[in-house]
Design a protein around this ligand. Structure first.
Ligand code: CO8
Length: 261
């Protein structure tokens, strides 16, 4: 297995990959080498036949406190434009397998945007979200204005982007940005996320991949195109072993055995 400096990789349950951001001294600030490792690990897990779903988490104190401000502060326009700064951050949105963010503590700036790039977000009651970039003289650059607006609507996103105020796990849940707030306790949110990932990993992988693809299409297409896309993907699943197996198992009152083919 590869050696990483800023992340920890583990397999806490069958079919589940867990990536833990591990830069505690900087509250998991997302420096370039950290993001490079994260992208590499996620691509490897996505290609791993043993893995059905991935959990991404940080520490109890911080999911991630944002992009690394100290790394960014002296960059010029020429630097960031020429080197296409942050463009690779969204590579993880191209993964086929679902990624669940288990958020505890600070998820600020790029940290909040990282959570928003995941497919499902679970939050601990201690989670603190925010897009504080306005306080640094900039705006979100990792999709904050776009993904947050789609997740919670224009007025709230505008307020949060322009005031930079933090928002709580309870607010995030009531606005539908996170699936739910789990019960209090250190490690609980990771436990819940791993358990959810385990459930997803126990399904047929092709159907899970198709479900993710279809839901994501809702964010890119018109309703008509989206419905058509959904139907095409649905139709496509009739070419799989797992569709025959899943429906036969139901008719025969037994548990299906997925072959992921
Ligand atoms: N970058 C670099 N270092 C950081 C960051 C950061 N974002 N956040 C915290 N740290 C460091 C601190 O400098 C400190 O280091 P040191 O001990 O060497 O002084 C250490 O982490 C601990 O932090 P604090 O002492 O500040 O801890 P507190 O508990 O007092 O405060 C806070 C915690 C409130 C989270 C505070 O650290 C803070 O405000 N951090 C900055 C939050 C922020 O503004 N984030 C947004 C950054 S901009 C951004 O993310 C742009 C996104 C770009 C696109 C992303 C694409 C996905």
């Amino acid at each position: 297995q590869k050696q990483y400096e800023y992340i920890i990789l583990s397999r806490p349950a069958p079919g589940v990959g867990l990536v833990t951001l591990n830069r505690p001294k900087a509250l998991n600030a997302l420096c370039t080498p950290l993001f490079k490792e994260l992208n590499e690990a996620l691509v490897d897990l996505d290609a791993d036949d043993e893995i059905g779903a991935v959990v991404l988490t940080g520490s109890n104190r911080a999911f991630a406190a944002g992009a690394d401000i100290k790394e960014m502060k002296d960059k010029t326009y020429a630097d960031v434009y020429k080197n296409r700064f942050l463009e690779n951050w969204s590579e993880m949105t191209a993964l086929s397998k679902p990624v669940i963010a288990a958020v505890s503590g600070y998820a600020l700036g790029g940290g909040c945007e990282l959570a928003l790039m995941c497919d499902i977000i679970l939050a601990s009651p201690t989670a603190v979200f925010g897009q504080p970039e306005i306080n640094l003289g900039v705006i979100p650059g990792g999709g904050g204005t776009q993904r947050l607006a789609r997740a919670i609507g224009k007025s709230r996103t505008m307020e949060l982007t322009l005031t930079g105020r933090n928002f709580s796990a309870a607010e995030a849940a009531s606005w539908g940005m996170v699936s739910r707030v789990v019960e209090e306790g250190e490690g609980k949110v990771v436990e819940e996320a791993v358990s959810m990932a385990g459930v997803i990993a126990s399904k047929g992988r092709l159907a899970v991949q198709a479900g993710k693809e279809a839901v994501n299409a809702a964010y890119e297409l018109t309703l008509e195109e989206g419905l058509k896309t959904e139907r095409r993907i649905f139709h496509g699943l009739f070419a799989t072993h797992d569709q025959k197996e899943g429906m036969s198992a139901f008719a025969e009152k037994r548990k299906p055995t997925w072959k992921h083919s």
